[in-house]
Structures are given as structure tokens and as C-alpha cells.
Design a protein around this ligand. Sequence first.
Ligand code: C2E
Ligand code: MG
Ligand code: MG
Length: 252
Amino acid sequence: PAMQRTVEMRAALEADLRRALPRGQLQLHYQIQVDGEHRPLGAEALVRWNHPQRGMISPMQFIPIAEESSLILDIGNWVLDTACRQLALWGKQEQTRYMGLAVNVSAQQFRKRDFVETVTAIVREHGIDPARLKLELTESVVLSDVADVVAKMHALKAFGIKLSLDDFGTGYSSLSYLKQLPLDQIKIDQSFVRDIATDPSDAVMVQTIIDLAKNFRLEVVAEGVETKVQLDFLRKSGCMSYQGYLFGKPVP
Ligand code: C2E
Ligand code: MG
Ligand code: MG
């Protein structure tokens, strides 16, 4: 009976998700990213689903469902379009003109043959500076066809868009990928940050990722920073940008 309920719940959620976009139930929230002096550098866009009966649903619940079908493509394009519209608005105000915005891209989205054209068309349509847009890729993106991924990344970079590797260290990271990929930034996964002050191996892991990033001339940002202790440790390890509840939760 429990399995049956899970299956039914999932099927219902998928059916609802198909209607979420046309009914305007998706929303972007923004979480600030700061430098060592707490100055805002920009934000990460995080999608939310405001379900009419269930309330706010986390992307951890519905993105995996969307990824099993082509739904993720529609959602991904909507996220990109909405994020670029927000960037255009920020570009018009003195206080926010310099802010960048990071957008999560799923593997299926990135694999589309016309992904580069889609992104550049959206950037042009909103008339934004491409350098303000950062795409967050995960290791699962890179895993597929490395030659194709590298070619697309070079094309995006040539257009001026920034590239970041999300959740670094949790997937199938390989140093040979890191060497080939034209990245601007890596994000230290929050699972390493969480126990940084109490678990010596997490501390070593974080220090190693930061050193690695520096040697590859990449920016490094730590995610999931919740406490001053974590921040101090990261700062001592040479990290220079941060994201987490200590600085701000994702907000509409
Ligand atoms: P992510 O890209 O690694 O995003 C970071 C997640 O950590 C976010 O969860 C954020 O709210 C949460 N977080 C931030 N600071 C803290 C902190 O200090 N402590 C803790 N415990 N958590 C923190 P969220 O918004 O639930 O998103 C979860 C994941 O869903 C994202 O992980 C990303 O993989 C995916 N996702 C979100 N938006 C999109 C999207 O537009 N497209 C795609 N493809 N995936 C998305
Ligand atoms: Mg992310
Ligand atoms: Mg992450």
C-alpha cells in the first residue's frame, strides 16, 4: 500500500506539473552571493512551484520528475527567460547594475542540439550583458558526450556567458574533465561545508577543492554557508565568495 501511494502521488504530481507552467505556478527565487566583505556579487536563481493545493514545492521534489520527460526543457527555458528578464531590470538600476545571476541547467537541457542558440537568443532578446549570466552545470552534464559538451561550453564562453560547475566533488569529478572544460567557477557542495568545522576529512576536502580551483585559475564559491564558524574556516582556506543562509535565504 505504501508503494502504491508513492506511485500515485508521483503520477498526480507529474500531471499537475504539466499544467504548472501555463497556469503561472512557477516562480523564481533569488539567493544572494557575497564576497569576503559581505558585498553582494549577484545571486542564484532557484525555481519554486506554488502548487494550488500543496503549497510551495521544492525543486528537489519536482525537478527530478521534470527531468524524466521533456517537461524539463519547457521549465528550463522559462527559467532562463525569467532570469534574463530579471537581469535586464537589475541592469536599469544603479544599485544592482553590477549584479550577476547564476541559473541551473539540467543535463537534458544542455544536451539539446540548439542549446547554445536558445541561450544566446534569450540574452539578445532581453538586451542584457552576457557576462552577467552564469550557467551552473553539474557533473552529470559533463558525463555524457565530453567533446560535444566542451564545444558548447566554448561557444557560450565566446558569446561572453560565464560557466560554473555546481555541487563540485559529489559526482564523478575527474581531473581530466577539469582540465578540458572552459569553466569560470566551481561551487563547493554544501555537504562539505556543513561539517567543515567538525569533520577533519571534510575540512581537507574543502581546502583541496579551493587549492585546486586556484591552481586552475578558477573562481570558487562555497554554498550552504550557515554559520560564522564555517565562514571563518572557508576564509582561512582561501575561499573568496559565499552563498548560504548566513547571508540570506532564497527570496522572491
Ligand atoms: P543547488 O543548485 O545546489 O542549489 C542550492 C540549494 O541549497 C538550494 O535549494 C538552496 O535553497 C539551498 N541552500 C542555500 N543555502 C543554504 C544553506 O545555508 N543551508 C542549506 N541547508 N541549504 C541551503 P533548492 O532551492 O531547494 O534547490 C535544490 C536544487 O534544485 C538545486 O541545487 C538545483 O540542483 C535544483 N534546481 C533549483 N532550481 C533549478 C532550476 O531552475 N533548474 C534546474 N535544472 N534545477 C534547479
Ligand atoms: Mg546551483
Ligand atoms: Mg549546488
